[in-house]
Unconditional design. Sequence first.
Lengths: 257, 171
Amino acid sequence: MPSRKGLPRGSGRFWKYSLASLLLLILGPTLLGGVGSWAAARFADLVLGHNSKRDSEELRTQIVELMLENASLREQAMKADRYRLLLGWTRVSSRRAIAARVLYRTEGLISGTMVVDRGSDDGVSVNSICLAPDGLVGVVTSCGEATSEILPLTSPQVRVSCTTRPSGAMGMLQFERGSLRIMNIDPTLDAKPGDEVVTSRFGGVYPDGLLIGTVVSVDESGSSLALSATVTPAVDFESLGEVIILLKDSTDAGRIE
Amino acid sequence: MPAVSNRPGITGTLLVIGAVTVQLLLEVTLGRVFRAPNVLALVLTYLSINYGNVWSIDSAFWAGVTLDLLLHQPLGASSLGLLAGLQASRLLIAAAPGGNRMTIVLSGAFAGLVYDVVFLLAASRPFLHGLGSHVLPVAARLLMTLVAGILFISVATALSSLRVRGRNEAV
Protein backbone atom coordinates (compact mmCIF):
# COMPACT_ATOMS: atom_id res chain seq x y z
CA MET A 1 0.00 0.00 0.00
CA PRO A 2 1.84 3.17 -1.20
CA SER A 3 2.02 6.19 1.09
CA ARG A 4 1.46 9.81 0.10
CA LYS A 5 5.11 10.33 -0.79
CA GLY A 6 5.19 7.33 -3.10
CA LEU A 7 7.04 5.17 -0.63
CA PRO A 8 5.45 1.96 0.58
CA ARG A 9 3.68 2.29 3.89
CA GLY A 10 6.00 1.68 6.83
CA SER A 11 9.16 2.46 4.86
CA GLY A 12 10.09 5.45 7.06
CA ARG A 13 9.40 3.41 10.14
CA PHE A 14 11.54 0.60 8.79
CA TRP A 15 14.54 2.88 8.29
CA LYS A 16 13.97 4.53 11.63
CA TYR A 17 13.97 1.20 13.48
CA SER A 18 16.88 -0.10 11.39
CA LEU A 19 18.88 2.95 12.44
CA ALA A 20 17.86 2.39 16.04
CA SER A 21 18.99 -1.25 15.79
CA LEU A 22 22.33 -0.19 14.36
CA LEU A 23 22.78 2.35 17.15
CA LEU A 24 21.93 -0.34 19.69
CA LEU A 25 24.45 -2.62 18.05
CA ILE A 26 27.18 -0.01 18.33
CA LEU A 27 26.26 1.48 21.70
CA GLY A 28 24.77 -1.68 23.21
CA PRO A 29 27.82 -2.76 25.18
CA THR A 30 28.19 0.73 26.63
CA LEU A 31 24.51 0.89 27.42
CA LEU A 32 24.44 -2.51 29.04
CA GLY A 33 27.80 -2.08 30.77
CA GLY A 34 28.11 1.50 31.96
CA VAL A 35 24.60 2.86 32.00
CA GLY A 36 23.16 -0.53 32.92
CA SER A 37 25.42 -0.83 35.94
CA TRP A 38 24.65 2.73 36.98
CA ALA A 39 20.90 2.13 36.61
CA ALA A 40 21.17 -1.15 38.52
CA ALA A 41 23.03 0.60 41.35
CA ARG A 42 20.40 3.37 41.53
CA PHE A 43 17.66 0.74 41.45
CA ALA A 44 19.33 -1.15 44.27
CA ASP A 45 19.63 2.09 46.25
CA LEU A 46 15.97 2.78 45.70
CA VAL A 47 14.61 -0.69 46.38
CA LEU A 48 17.04 -2.05 48.95
CA GLY A 49 17.78 1.29 50.60
CA HIS A 50 21.53 0.98 50.05
CA ASN A 51 23.62 4.10 49.96
CA SER A 52 26.74 3.26 48.01
CA LYS A 53 28.71 6.30 49.25
CA ARG A 54 27.91 5.57 52.88
CA ASP A 55 28.59 1.87 52.31
CA SER A 56 32.00 2.56 50.82
CA GLU A 57 32.91 4.83 53.76
CA GLU A 58 31.83 2.14 56.21
CA LEU A 59 33.83 -0.42 54.27
CA ARG A 60 36.89 1.82 54.33
CA THR A 61 36.56 2.23 58.09
CA GLN A 62 36.18 -1.52 58.48
CA ILE A 63 39.28 -2.11 56.38
CA VAL A 64 41.33 0.21 58.61
CA GLU A 65 39.96 -1.47 61.74
CA LEU A 66 40.74 -4.90 60.34
CA MET A 67 44.25 -3.80 59.38
CA LEU A 68 44.88 -2.64 62.94
CA GLU A 69 43.41 -5.82 64.34
CA ASN A 70 45.52 -7.85 61.93
CA ALA A 71 48.70 -6.08 63.03
CA SER A 72 47.84 -6.69 66.68
CA LEU A 73 47.12 -10.37 66.02
CA ARG A 74 50.38 -10.74 64.12
CA GLU A 75 52.30 -9.28 67.04
CA GLN A 76 50.53 -11.64 69.42
CA ALA A 77 51.29 -14.59 67.16
CA MET A 78 54.98 -13.65 67.16
CA LYS A 79 54.95 -13.44 70.93
CA ALA A 80 53.15 -16.76 71.16
CA ASP A 81 55.82 -18.37 68.96
CA ARG A 82 58.53 -16.98 71.16
CA TYR A 83 56.83 -18.14 74.36
CA ARG A 84 56.31 -21.56 72.79
CA LEU A 85 60.04 -21.76 72.15
CA LEU A 86 60.74 -20.71 75.70
CA LEU A 87 58.34 -23.28 77.07
CA GLY A 88 60.01 -25.88 74.87
CA TRP A 89 63.12 -25.27 76.93
CA THR A 90 61.39 -25.87 80.19
CA ARG A 91 59.66 -29.03 79.06
CA VAL A 92 62.81 -31.00 79.82
CA SER A 93 63.15 -29.46 83.26
CA SER A 94 61.14 -30.44 86.28
CA ARG A 95 61.50 -26.94 87.64
CA ARG A 96 58.68 -24.44 87.42
CA ALA A 97 59.23 -21.61 84.98
CA ILE A 98 57.56 -18.31 84.18
CA ALA A 99 57.85 -16.08 81.14
CA ALA A 100 58.97 -12.50 81.63
CA ARG A 101 59.43 -9.41 79.52
CA VAL A 102 62.59 -7.34 79.61
CA LEU A 103 61.54 -3.89 80.72
CA TYR A 104 64.88 -2.08 80.44
CA ARG A 105 68.62 -2.42 80.85
CA THR A 106 70.91 -0.59 83.20
CA GLU A 107 74.45 0.66 82.78
CA GLY A 108 74.99 -0.39 79.21
CA LEU A 109 74.71 -3.67 77.45
CA ILE A 110 77.94 -5.32 78.59
CA SER A 111 78.33 -4.66 82.26
CA GLY A 112 74.79 -3.68 83.06
CA THR A 113 71.79 -5.60 84.28
CA MET A 114 68.38 -6.29 82.80
CA VAL A 115 65.14 -5.59 84.60
CA VAL A 116 62.19 -7.90 83.91
CA ASP A 117 58.52 -7.60 84.80
CA ARG A 118 58.40 -10.50 87.27
CA GLY A 119 59.21 -10.32 90.91
CA SER A 120 58.85 -12.05 94.22
CA ASP A 121 55.07 -11.97 93.88
CA ASP A 122 55.51 -14.35 90.93
CA GLY A 123 57.84 -16.66 92.84
CA VAL A 124 61.08 -15.21 91.54
CA SER A 125 63.93 -15.13 94.02
CA VAL A 126 67.62 -14.29 94.03
CA ASN A 127 69.70 -16.83 92.09
CA SER A 128 66.77 -17.86 89.88
CA ILE A 129 68.05 -18.71 86.41
CA CYS A 130 67.15 -16.67 83.37
CA LEU A 131 66.95 -18.34 79.96
CA ALA A 132 66.21 -17.37 76.38
CA PRO A 133 65.31 -19.72 73.52
CA ASP A 134 68.95 -19.67 72.41
CA GLY A 135 70.49 -20.44 75.76
CA LEU A 136 71.48 -19.19 79.19
CA VAL A 137 71.02 -15.47 79.83
CA GLY A 138 72.05 -14.94 83.44
CA VAL A 139 70.93 -15.06 87.00
CA VAL A 140 68.59 -13.01 89.16
CA THR A 141 70.53 -10.80 91.54
CA SER A 142 67.82 -8.80 93.20
CA CYS A 143 64.09 -9.07 93.45
CA GLY A 144 61.34 -6.55 93.94
CA GLU A 145 57.67 -7.43 94.31
CA ALA A 146 56.93 -6.94 90.64
CA THR A 147 60.33 -6.71 88.99
CA SER A 148 63.65 -8.51 89.12
CA GLU A 149 67.15 -7.57 88.15
CA ILE A 150 69.11 -10.06 86.09
CA LEU A 151 72.85 -10.13 85.79
CA PRO A 152 73.75 -11.39 82.33
CA LEU A 153 76.62 -13.72 81.50
CA THR A 154 78.40 -10.78 79.95
CA SER A 155 78.80 -9.20 83.37
CA PRO A 156 82.27 -9.63 84.94
CA GLN A 157 80.61 -10.54 88.24
CA VAL A 158 79.11 -13.74 86.90
CA ARG A 159 81.01 -17.00 86.90
CA VAL A 160 79.58 -20.22 85.60
CA SER A 161 80.99 -23.69 85.91
CA CYS A 162 80.85 -25.14 82.42
CA THR A 163 81.96 -27.95 80.20
CA THR A 164 82.63 -28.27 76.49
CA ARG A 165 80.98 -30.80 74.23
CA PRO A 166 82.05 -33.21 72.86
CA SER A 167 85.60 -32.80 74.21
CA GLY A 168 84.43 -32.72 77.85
CA ALA A 169 86.89 -30.06 79.02
CA MET A 170 85.75 -28.32 82.17
CA GLY A 171 86.41 -24.83 83.36
CA MET A 172 85.05 -21.63 84.79
CA LEU A 173 83.33 -19.25 82.39
CA GLN A 174 83.72 -15.55 83.06
CA PHE A 175 83.74 -12.26 81.21
CA GLU A 176 87.29 -11.10 80.84
CA ARG A 177 89.12 -8.73 78.50
CA GLY A 178 85.98 -7.94 76.54
CA SER A 179 84.89 -11.50 75.85
CA LEU A 180 83.53 -14.62 77.49
CA ARG A 181 86.33 -16.95 78.37
CA ILE A 182 86.65 -20.38 79.93
CA MET A 183 89.57 -20.39 82.30
CA ASN A 184 91.64 -23.23 83.69
CA ILE A 185 90.99 -25.84 81.04
CA ASP A 186 92.90 -29.06 81.45
CA PRO A 187 95.38 -29.13 78.52
CA THR A 188 95.14 -32.90 78.23
CA LEU A 189 91.54 -32.60 77.16
CA ASP A 190 91.21 -31.75 73.52
CA ALA A 191 89.03 -28.62 73.63
CA LYS A 192 88.82 -27.08 70.18
CA PRO A 193 86.98 -24.33 68.28
CA GLY A 194 83.42 -25.29 67.43
CA ASP A 195 82.78 -27.12 70.68
CA GLU A 196 79.52 -26.32 72.43
CA VAL A 197 79.79 -24.84 75.89
CA VAL A 198 77.13 -25.92 78.40
CA THR A 199 76.69 -25.56 82.13
CA SER A 200 78.26 -28.33 84.18
CA ARG A 201 76.65 -30.23 86.99
CA PHE A 202 79.11 -28.73 89.50
CA GLY A 203 77.75 -25.22 89.25
CA GLY A 204 75.37 -25.26 92.13
CA VAL A 205 73.24 -22.37 90.94
CA TYR A 206 72.86 -23.44 87.33
CA PRO A 207 71.27 -26.70 86.30
CA ASP A 208 73.57 -28.70 84.04
CA GLY A 209 73.27 -28.90 80.28
CA LEU A 210 72.13 -25.32 79.56
CA LEU A 211 73.72 -24.01 76.38
CA ILE A 212 76.03 -21.05 76.87
CA GLY A 213 77.76 -20.66 73.53
CA THR A 214 80.46 -21.99 71.20
CA VAL A 215 84.23 -22.11 71.52
CA VAL A 216 85.87 -19.89 68.92
CA SER A 217 89.51 -20.23 69.96
CA VAL A 218 91.71 -22.02 72.50
CA ASP A 219 94.72 -20.16 73.94
CA GLU A 220 97.42 -20.63 76.52
CA SER A 221 96.33 -19.19 79.81
CA GLY A 222 99.17 -16.85 80.71
CA SER A 223 101.99 -18.40 82.70
CA SER A 224 100.10 -21.44 83.96
CA LEU A 225 99.90 -24.72 82.16
CA ALA A 226 96.11 -24.57 81.88
CA LEU A 227 94.48 -23.40 78.71
CA SER A 228 91.73 -20.86 78.19
CA ALA A 229 89.08 -20.64 75.47
CA THR A 230 87.17 -17.74 74.00
CA VAL A 231 83.43 -18.33 73.76
CA THR A 232 80.77 -16.69 71.62
CA PRO A 233 77.51 -16.54 73.60
CA ALA A 234 74.52 -18.29 72.05
CA VAL A 235 72.19 -15.54 73.19
CA ASP A 236 72.05 -12.19 71.46
CA PHE A 237 71.87 -10.01 74.55
CA GLU A 238 71.09 -6.87 72.56
CA SER A 239 67.81 -8.14 71.14
CA LEU A 240 66.37 -9.91 74.16
CA GLY A 241 62.69 -9.13 74.53
CA GLU A 242 61.16 -12.08 76.33
CA VAL A 243 62.91 -14.47 78.69
CA ILE A 244 61.94 -17.30 80.92
CA ILE A 245 62.86 -17.57 84.55
CA LEU A 246 63.46 -20.94 86.11
CA LEU A 247 62.21 -20.60 89.64
CA LYS A 248 64.67 -21.65 92.27
CA ASP A 249 64.39 -25.13 93.72
CA SER A 250 64.34 -25.43 97.49
CA THR A 251 67.29 -27.78 97.06
CA ASP A 252 69.30 -25.26 95.06
CA ALA A 253 72.30 -23.81 96.74
CA GLY A 254 74.70 -21.37 95.19
CA ARG A 255 76.03 -17.92 95.19
CA ILE A 256 77.00 -15.03 93.01
CA GLU A 257 80.37 -13.62 93.45
CA MET B 1 -1.40 -10.92 -1.49
CA PRO B 2 -1.78 -7.23 -0.59
CA ALA B 3 -1.00 -6.06 2.89
CA VAL B 4 -4.01 -5.21 4.95
CA SER B 5 -3.73 -2.26 7.28
CA ASN B 6 -5.83 -2.93 10.31
CA ARG B 7 -5.15 -2.95 14.04
CA PRO B 8 -4.26 -6.35 15.38
CA GLY B 9 -5.27 -5.52 18.95
CA ILE B 10 -4.57 -7.84 21.80
CA THR B 11 -4.45 -10.92 19.54
CA GLY B 12 -1.44 -9.64 17.60
CA THR B 13 0.36 -8.59 20.77
CA LEU B 14 -0.21 -11.98 22.33
CA LEU B 15 0.92 -13.65 19.12
CA VAL B 16 4.22 -11.75 19.14
CA ILE B 17 4.79 -12.37 22.86
CA GLY B 18 4.02 -16.04 22.31
CA ALA B 19 6.36 -16.22 19.32
CA VAL B 20 9.19 -14.57 21.28
CA THR B 21 8.63 -16.98 24.16
CA VAL B 22 8.56 -20.03 21.88
CA GLN B 23 11.66 -18.83 20.02
CA LEU B 24 13.45 -18.24 23.32
CA LEU B 25 12.53 -21.68 24.65
CA LEU B 26 13.53 -23.36 21.38
CA GLU B 27 16.90 -21.64 21.24
CA VAL B 28 17.60 -22.25 24.91
CA THR B 29 16.70 -25.93 24.73
CA LEU B 30 17.87 -26.88 21.22
CA GLY B 31 20.88 -24.59 20.91
CA ARG B 32 21.63 -20.92 20.93
CA VAL B 33 22.18 -20.23 17.25
CA PHE B 34 20.59 -21.79 14.17
CA ARG B 35 19.45 -25.05 15.68
CA ALA B 36 15.78 -24.20 16.03
CA PRO B 37 13.22 -23.11 13.39
CA ASN B 38 12.74 -19.38 13.09
CA VAL B 39 9.20 -19.19 14.43
CA LEU B 40 9.47 -15.48 15.11
CA ALA B 41 10.16 -14.65 11.43
CA LEU B 42 7.17 -16.75 10.39
CA VAL B 43 4.84 -15.05 12.84
CA LEU B 44 6.08 -11.57 11.93
CA THR B 45 5.57 -12.30 8.22
CA TYR B 46 2.09 -13.52 9.01
CA LEU B 47 1.42 -10.32 10.95
CA SER B 48 2.85 -8.24 8.12
CA ILE B 49 0.49 -9.84 5.62
CA ASN B 50 -2.56 -9.72 7.85
CA TYR B 51 -2.12 -6.49 9.82
CA GLY B 52 0.23 -4.36 7.73
CA ASN B 53 3.83 -3.30 7.79
CA VAL B 54 3.65 -0.63 10.45
CA TRP B 55 2.63 -2.92 13.22
CA SER B 56 4.90 -5.77 12.16
CA ILE B 57 7.95 -3.46 11.95
CA ASP B 58 7.28 -2.24 15.50
CA SER B 59 6.89 -5.84 16.61
CA ALA B 60 10.05 -6.94 14.79
CA PHE B 61 12.14 -4.27 16.51
CA TRP B 62 10.90 -4.87 20.04
CA ALA B 63 10.80 -8.64 19.68
CA GLY B 64 14.40 -8.56 18.43
CA VAL B 65 15.57 -6.36 21.30
CA THR B 66 13.79 -8.62 23.80
CA LEU B 67 15.32 -11.74 22.28
CA ASP B 68 18.81 -10.20 22.30
CA LEU B 69 18.49 -9.23 25.93
CA LEU B 70 17.14 -12.60 26.98
CA LEU B 71 19.67 -14.63 25.01
CA HIS B 72 22.62 -12.33 25.84
CA GLN B 73 23.25 -11.63 22.18
CA PRO B 74 24.68 -8.37 20.81
CA LEU B 75 21.90 -5.86 21.39
CA GLY B 76 20.26 -4.80 18.11
CA ALA B 77 21.50 -7.76 16.02
CA SER B 78 18.21 -9.68 16.12
CA SER B 79 16.05 -6.62 15.56
CA LEU B 80 18.17 -5.58 12.60
CA GLY B 81 17.95 -9.10 11.18
CA LEU B 82 14.19 -9.30 11.71
CA LEU B 83 13.64 -5.91 10.10
CA ALA B 84 15.77 -6.90 7.10
CA GLY B 85 13.97 -10.24 6.90
CA LEU B 86 10.58 -8.57 6.99
CA GLN B 87 11.60 -6.10 4.30
CA ALA B 88 12.91 -8.93 2.12
CA SER B 89 9.76 -10.98 2.58
CA ARG B 90 7.67 -7.92 1.70
CA LEU B 91 9.60 -7.54 -1.55
CA LEU B 92 9.11 -11.24 -2.26
CA ILE B 93 5.39 -10.97 -1.65
CA ALA B 94 5.15 -7.89 -3.89
CA ALA B 95 6.97 -9.79 -6.64
CA ALA B 96 4.87 -12.95 -6.29
CA PRO B 97 2.17 -13.30 -8.98
CA GLY B 98 -0.54 -14.53 -6.64
CA GLY B 99 -1.03 -15.26 -3.02
CA ASN B 100 -1.93 -18.44 -1.25
CA ARG B 101 -1.21 -20.08 2.08
CA MET B 102 2.18 -21.28 0.94
CA THR B 103 3.18 -17.68 0.22
CA ILE B 104 3.18 -17.02 3.98
CA VAL B 105 5.36 -20.06 4.58
CA LEU B 106 7.80 -19.29 1.78
CA SER B 107 8.08 -15.60 2.56
CA GLY B 108 8.42 -16.42 6.27
CA ALA B 109 11.23 -18.87 5.51
CA PHE B 110 12.85 -16.29 3.23
CA ALA B 111 12.56 -13.69 6.00
CA GLY B 112 14.21 -16.18 8.33
CA LEU B 113 17.03 -16.76 5.85
CA VAL B 114 17.70 -13.04 5.48
CA TYR B 115 17.45 -12.64 9.25
CA ASP B 116 20.09 -15.33 9.79
CA VAL B 117 22.55 -13.83 7.32
CA VAL B 118 22.10 -10.31 8.67
CA PHE B 119 22.34 -11.60 12.24
CA LEU B 120 25.59 -13.41 11.43
CA LEU B 121 27.07 -10.25 9.98
CA ALA B 122 25.83 -7.96 12.75
CA ALA B 123 26.62 -10.17 15.71
CA SER B 124 30.07 -11.19 14.53
CA ARG B 125 33.22 -9.71 16.00
CA PRO B 126 35.02 -8.10 14.22
CA PHE B 127 31.93 -6.50 12.83
CA LEU B 128 30.67 -7.91 9.46
CA HIS B 129 33.13 -10.83 9.56
CA GLY B 130 30.60 -13.53 10.39
CA LEU B 131 30.29 -15.25 7.03
CA GLY B 132 32.16 -18.44 6.32
CA SER B 133 31.59 -21.84 7.80
CA HIS B 134 28.97 -20.30 10.11
CA VAL B 135 26.61 -19.95 7.12
CA LEU B 136 26.19 -23.71 6.71
CA PRO B 137 23.71 -24.23 9.58
CA VAL B 138 21.51 -21.55 8.02
CA ALA B 139 20.37 -24.01 5.33
CA ALA B 140 19.29 -26.58 7.91
CA ARG B 141 17.48 -23.87 9.82
CA LEU B 142 15.73 -22.77 6.61
CA LEU B 143 14.39 -26.29 6.18
CA MET B 144 13.26 -26.41 9.81
CA THR B 145 11.51 -23.07 9.39
CA LEU B 146 9.74 -24.34 6.25
CA VAL B 147 8.56 -27.45 8.09
CA ALA B 148 7.41 -25.37 11.05
CA GLY B 149 5.62 -22.99 8.67
CA ILE B 150 3.80 -25.81 6.88
CA LEU B 151 2.79 -27.27 10.23
CA PHE B 152 1.61 -23.89 11.43
CA ILE B 153 -0.44 -23.25 8.30
CA SER B 154 -1.93 -26.76 8.32
CA VAL B 155 -3.04 -26.44 11.94
CA ALA B 156 -4.41 -22.93 11.29
CA THR B 157 -6.30 -24.15 8.19
CA ALA B 158 -7.72 -27.09 10.06
CA LEU B 159 -8.87 -24.86 12.91
CA SER B 160 -10.45 -22.41 10.44
CA SER B 161 -12.26 -25.23 8.67
CA LEU B 162 -13.58 -26.53 11.96
CA ARG B 163 -14.74 -23.05 12.94
CA VAL B 164 -16.45 -22.47 9.58
CA ARG B 165 -18.11 -25.87 9.70
CA GLY B 166 -19.33 -25.26 13.20
CA ARG B 167 -20.74 -21.87 12.20
CA ASN B 168 -22.50 -23.41 9.14
CA GLU B 169 -24.00 -26.13 11.25
CA ALA B 170 -25.22 -23.52 13.71
CA VAL B 171 -26.91 -21.60 10.86
